[in-house]
Design a protein around this ligand. Structure first.
Ligand code: CUK
Ligand code: CUA
Length: 619
């Protein structure tokens, strides 16, 4: 068991709060499955490579079975991995400028970042892919910004961010997920409680702080309505049938310090009855705050007083963290974090009972620090144990029956390295998970990789879960740059990205081979030019010192994978041009001189020669 680094750090503030009795119980369970896990490890004793390991080694030139969209935490981006190879295929900048893609450098994307608040970074936690009929439709991915209260949309035709909304009345938009079955809304879950509105009032009156959930229209990215609640909120997930949305929350105490926030023995999972909220909005039962209808879902609200409350407050052990709905839509499972159990909430029962606490039908004791839960579609749940550094596989129905028969729903535990946050199984958020691969997003890698200094990578571990008899098998370590939180894994055939741009899809005017042009008017110069191997539409462009210059540039190539760019030294100009893409950039030519405009993508043997001169004449 020593080998199975249970990794309990006694300085860990989470651990410090776990009752000793529960720790002993979990410790015994680890021992029972520890020996079992030992014989299913990657390198079996006879040195043979396992079947799962062979499956996971995607040979050179072959493609993966899945796309995985991983959030990049405070790097503000999304990373796309192939599963099971764990190769990083591309990065998608979302909340911050990124020079390789020219994201935030051309006028359109920099205006989008500006309109979304003008922040230079974000904290991306929960990437969720749009669904139709509870299955991935390959249209969009959405991701929250916990740092600045925003939600972004990624267009999966081009794998690029195409919209960001700054959510009113939310300071930290943490949980994010789609309203299923058909992505009617994207929900943003507000975490940080603040005065409402946060305009200088009630500064030191934490009892009056509040948080909201926001329902965002996925097409327009407009916030349609928000619901105000008691307590903080954390993660969220939607039911499969268009009625319920669940959010965990801590700090029912209205505290502002760590000890205040975790003093009470219970907190809530909030179940939002979406059609009931829509009715209230329809009936005008809201206040407009920050430009959006704000519906009162606090416990004492009149909207919660009648037969059909809009928000049900379900008591669970203190400070729950993740919540996810089972693939069959039957249960919402909320992880205990500071408590070794998960709460299994029967969604149908919730609609039928007056006391929402009666909807809790299971409380399996899983281990130390349960955070997030994923599904294999065969009736198992997989929950990360942050403190135990394990993934626990358990039987959902056994957990429900255990209420009556005290049966142990835990099937197996596997060690991960180390301290996992989220985990994700293939298509776990749909009605039909694939049940083969699972990725544990471990916060710490410690000594698993070459030492790269004090800031170590995280460790995303690939685990094979396709064989219930052989058990879970750890297959791969993958170093990850700070700091993936959540992911969505989508079958490769459900996403159909474009190879080249369609000029119909953007606003800028496509510049053909023939119509490169310069228009001058009152200190403004507009240059339209094409780019192709190995030249730009103009060999020289002459402007006056102080001119405001706009370049509209089109890559007129139709060959996939043939990119150009326009880079202009000392003007911070850097736009990416994929085949048939047009981008615009505007800058002031404020220093006289010669500036070599060049192409930064290595596009041919004459790539270095692909340059033109910008001549800025002294005023
Ligand atoms: S949260 Cu980070 S590990 Cu933002 Cu989903 Cu739980
Ligand atoms: Cu075009 Cu290099």
């Amino acid at each position: 068991i020593e080998d199975h680094a249970t990794d309990v750090d006694d300085r860990d503030p989470l651990f410090a709060r776990i009752p000793r009795r529960d720790f002993m119980k979990a410790g015994a369970a680890v021992g029972a499955v520890g020996s079992l896990a030992g014989c299913t490890g990657l390198l079996s004793d006879d040195g043979q490579v396992s079947a799962a390991d062979a499956d996971a080694s995607v040979p050179p030139g072959e493609h993966d079975d899945y796309y995985a969209f991983l959030s990049g935490g405070h790097s503000g981006e999304i990373r796309v991995y192939g599963i099971p190879s764990m190769r990083q295929l591309i990065r998608i900048p979302v909340f911050g400028r990124e020079s390789a893609r020219g994201y935030g450098y051309d006028d359109r994307s920099s205006q989008m970042l500006e309109d979304a608040g003008g922040y230079s970074w974000g904290d991306a936690h929960h990437p969720r892919v749009s669904q139709t009929d509870n299955d991935y439709d390959g249209r969009w991915a959405f991701v929250n910004d916990k740092a600045n209260g925003r939600m972004a949309r990624i267009d999966l035709k081009y794998f690029e961010t195409d919209a960001i909304v700054d959510v009113p009345n939310q300071q930290g938009t943490h949980g994010a997920c789609c309203m299923l079955p058909d992505t009617k809304y994207v929900f943003g879950v507000g975490e940080f409680r603040v005065p409402m509105p946060n305009d200088g009032r009630d500064l030191d009156d934490p009892d009056s702080y509040t948080s909201t959930i926001a329902a965002i229209d996925p097409e327009t990215m407009d916030v349609e309505w928000e619901v105000l609640v008691d307590g903080n909120m954390d993660n969220g997930d939607g039911g499969k049938e268009g009625r319920w949305f669940f959010a965990t929350g801590y700090n029912s105490e209205n505290g502002v310090t760590e000890s205040e926030m975790s003093s009470s023995e219970t907190d809530w999972v909030k179940a939002f009855d979406v059609p009931a909220i829509e009715e209230a909005v329809e009936a005008g039962e809201y206040e407009e705050v920050g430009g959006v209808p704000l519906v009162d879902g606090t416990r004492d609200s009149s909207l919660n007083g009648g037969d059909r409350p809009i928000v049900r407050y379900i008591d669970v052990a203190k400070s729950p963290h993740g919540v996810s709905v089972t693939p069959d839509g039957q249960y919402a499972i909320a992880s205990g974090k500071l408590d070794p159990t998960c709460a299994v909430i029967d969604i149908e029962a919730l609609a039928e009972t007056d006391d929402p606490n009666e909807a809790i039908v299971g409380r399996p004791s899983l281990g130390m620090g349960p955070l997030h839960t994923a599904y294999d579609g065969r009736g198992h749940a997989y929950t990360t144990l942050f403190i135990d550094s394990q993934v626990v596989k358990w039987d959902i129905e056994a957990a429900v029956e255990a209420e009556a028969e005290s049966e142990d729903p835990v099937v197996e535990k596997i060690d991960v390295h180390y301290n996992p946050g989220h985990l994700i199984a293939a298509e776990s958020y749909t009605a039909d998970p694939q049940g083969d691969w699972l990725v544990a997003l471990n916060k710490l890698s410690k000594d698993r990789f070459l030492n790269v200094g004090p800031m170590k990578p995280e460790n995303d571990q690939l685990i094979y879960i396709g064989d219930d008899d052989a058990g879970m098998e750890l297959v791969k370590d993958t170093p990850a740059y700070a700091e993936p939180h959540d992911a969505s894994i989508v079958s490769a055939d459900k996403i159909q990205p474009a190879d080249i741009y369609d000029p119909e899809d953007y606003d800028e005017e496509f510049v053909d081979h023939g119509d490169s042009d310069i228009v001058r008017e009152d200190g403004r110069v507009h240059v339209k030019m094409y780019s192709q191997r190995n030249k730009f539409g103009f060999q020289d462009v002459t402007v006056q010192e102080g001119d405001e210059v706009t370049f509209t540039v089109t890559n007129i190539e139709t060959t996939p994978d043939l990119l150009h760019s326009l880079a202009i030294p000392e003007h911070d100009v850097n736009i990416k041009l994929a085949p048939q893409e047009t981008r615009e950039v505007t800058f002031t030519a404020d220093e006289p001189g010669v500036y070599w405009m060049y192409c930064a993508f290595f596009c041919s043997a004459l790539h270095l020669e692909m340059r033109s001169r910008l001549l800025v004449e002294p005023a």
